[in-house]
Ligand binder design. Structure first.
Ligand SMILES: [Zn+2]
Length: 287
């Protein structure tokens, strides 16, 4: 197929048209030569080199929403483009490689409490979401604030995952109800409501945990972020009729509630989309 270049006059005569094609590199190709050379793709590779590929675990917001979000949280990085890729992924091009590297080193964004996974764009990208084994989540830890030091929290939270950082409010000790911690966890692991630990005097103590979001896998639709009981995807019944599994709207803490065995048809709730920025931008690193 011939290229229609911008500025092409639509009313070429055949002679003009052939002449035009003659100037174009496409004419160098013999009929059977459709092999792409590195030099053919290098300009595109160079252009996209300063990009990251991103996706949100358990959500795929529309690209306009994602673009607004990205431009707001990364305004200091010179975001050039935010583009939809297949499978709920986004290509984010930064103005410079330096800014791309800063993002990859320093940023762990969360969209609607869900972690956003970032990878550098590479030319042979085989970006499988299944490869992701561990992800960060935010959780609130209710425990006496003398245990809010990183060393204590690391030990207390060990049964759940690895402590990555504390939010700025926690670090500055400006809110004493709970410590807000970013913890690296696995998909579908146990997310206990509390953990017990032995304090410095040998007494057993309990830290109550609240997860802002949990990466649990739904065994019905195999998506992340809700349990089977909360799933609103349709299931086939034996009779071949469609059936909905009820989503318990009050079950927003992800607590286990009794199974809804009775098939009731309910409207699939729209995916909640917010562009709230979590305090992830201002975190104190553990390292
Ligand atoms: Zn589901």
């Amino acid at each position: 197929m011939a290229y229609i270049m911008e500025g092409d006059k639509p009313n070429h005569s055949l002679g003009e048209w052939l002449n035009e094609i003659g100037k174009h590199p496409i004419s160098r190709l013999s009929k059977d030569d459709n092999t792409i050379a590195l030099e053919d793709v290098q300009p595109e590779i160079d252009f996209w080199q300063s990009s990251v590929v991103a996706f949100v675990i358990g959500a795929s917001p529309p690209v306009q929403v994602m673009e607004g979000f990205i431009r707001r949280i990364w305004k200091q990085y010179g975001v050039d483009k935010v583009i939809n890729l297949p499978k709920g992924m986004y290509l984010i091009r930064l103005n410079t490689m330096e800014n791309r590297d800063k993002i990859l080193q320093n940023e762990r964004p969360f969209f609607d409490s869900k972690p956003m996974i970032l990878k550098p764009w590479v030319e042979d990208m085989d970006f499988m979401q299944d490869e992701i084994k561990k992800i960060p989540i935010w959780m609130q830890v209710s425990v006496d604030f003398k245990y809010w030091g990183i060393r204590s929290l690391e030990k207390i939270l060990k049964p759940v995952g690895d402590l990555l950082s504390l939010d700025a409010v926690t670090t500055r000790r400006e809110r004493l109800q709970y410590a807000r911690c970013m913890v690296e966890v696995k998909f579908n692991q146990d997310f206990p409501d509390y953990v017990e630990f032995k304090d410095e005097k040998g007494n057993r103590r309990r830290a109550v945990l609240h997860y802002e979001w949990k990466p649990i896998l739904c065994s019905t639709c195999h998506k992340v972020g809700h349990s089977q009981q909360e799933c609103y995807h349709k299931k086939e019944t034996k009779q071949g009729q469609k059936q909905w599994v009820r989503k318990d709207s009050e079950n927003n803490q992800g607590q286990e509630k009794e199974k809804v065995v009775e098939p009731r048809r309910v409207e699939a709730p729209k995916e909640k989309i917010t562009t709230r920025t979590t305090p992830s931008e201002a975190t104190a690193s553990v390292e």
